[in-house]
Design a protein around this ligand. Structure first.
Ligand code: KIV
Length: 282
């Protein structure tokens, strides 16, 4: 049985911090599950780190279903959250319910995440009503990058902070089971966390959230294009991989790879027969 939304909510009640990480494929999902992660987000950040787009906007439902399926196949116990891509839920609630359902039905994840506050709260209520658990996402919402005028910290003024607090309350009232707070001042994240019964999961939102989420590639130093201030590199895999692959290139060129140990043998008789045949046909 996978981790349920009930267990995630009770982690907040017990004061147990929630560590969430993104994953996008079978192998990495398997590794992070082994490391003790209770919840994986198949984020539309895959638009950046897997597909090489300069925003999350081009990511499609098909992209999400494809990657969610791989992560679900690689895991047994973790709760898998599937991100709803841009324009799969904003235009129409009926569309939103169908698309959220697709992520569970075809992808196999246990809940979905979508961005936005009061504007989207009614849609959240309807998706939850259809039996699909929803995680909200407020603050620096990357799908709204054009509206926000860039990837900027949100909620710094009194007015903006009050709006975010109202948005958070609206999402909780609509039935969201958890809330990602991205790119907001830590004091605001603390106020929201204290006002909600559901867990807040921060990214660039300080230590007072009920949990944290990081992008796999940022945490492991795999993505050189850009490292956000909120990310801590626990490894430098980009350098490790580059070094390993360049040693492989050197070994191939020097003919030190493969050795006999990495090769397969035929019996000497077969070799003799084949060589003989070859000689005859020349
Ligand atoms: O897509 C994503 O990875 C996310 C996290 C950054 C929260 O939404």
């Amino acid at each position: 049985m996978r981790v349920t939304i009930r267990e995630l909510k009770s982690m907040k009640a017990r004061g147990e911090k929630i560590a969430m990480i993104t994953a996008y494929d079978y192998t990495s999902a398997m590794i992070v599950e082994r490391a003790g992660i209770p919840i994986i987000l198949v984020g539309d950040s895959l638009g950046h780190v897997v597909m090489g787009h300069d925003s999350t906007l081009p990511v499609t439902m098909e992209d999400m279903v494809h990657h969610i399926k791989a992560v679900v196949r690689g895991t047994e116990k973790v709760h898998v959250v599937g991100d709803m891509p841009f324009m799969s839920y904003q235009a129409d609630a009926a569309d939103a319910i169908r698309n959220a359902g697709r992520l569970l039905k075809e992808g196999g994840c246990q809940s979905v995440k979508l961005e936005g506050g009061r504007y989207i709260a009614d849609t959240v209520r309807k998706i939850v009503g259809a039996g699909v658990p929803v995680m909200g996402h407020l603050g620096l919402t990357p799908q709204a990058v054009n509206q926000l005028g860039g990837y900027r910290i949100q909620g710094r003024t009194t007015k903006a902070a009050v709006e975010l607090i109202d948005d958070a309350k609206a999402l909780e009232d609509a039935g969201a089971y958890a809330l990602v707070l991205e790119g907001v001042p830590m004091q605001l994240a603390q106020m929201i966390t204290e006002r909600l019964a559901i867990p807040t999961i921060g990214i660039g939102a300080g230590v007072h959230c009920d949990g944290q989420v990081q992008v796999f590639h940022d945490l492991l130093g795999l993505f050189d294009d850009f490292t956000p201030k909120h990310a801590r590199k626990y490894a430098n895999l980009s350098e490790t991989i580059q070094d390993a692959v360049s040693r492989y290139v050197g070994d191939v060129r020097a003919e030190t790879f493969p050795t006999d140990k990495e090769s397969f043998n035929m019996s000497p008789e077969v070799v003799r027969e084949l060589t003989g045949q070859h000689v005859e046909t020349v």
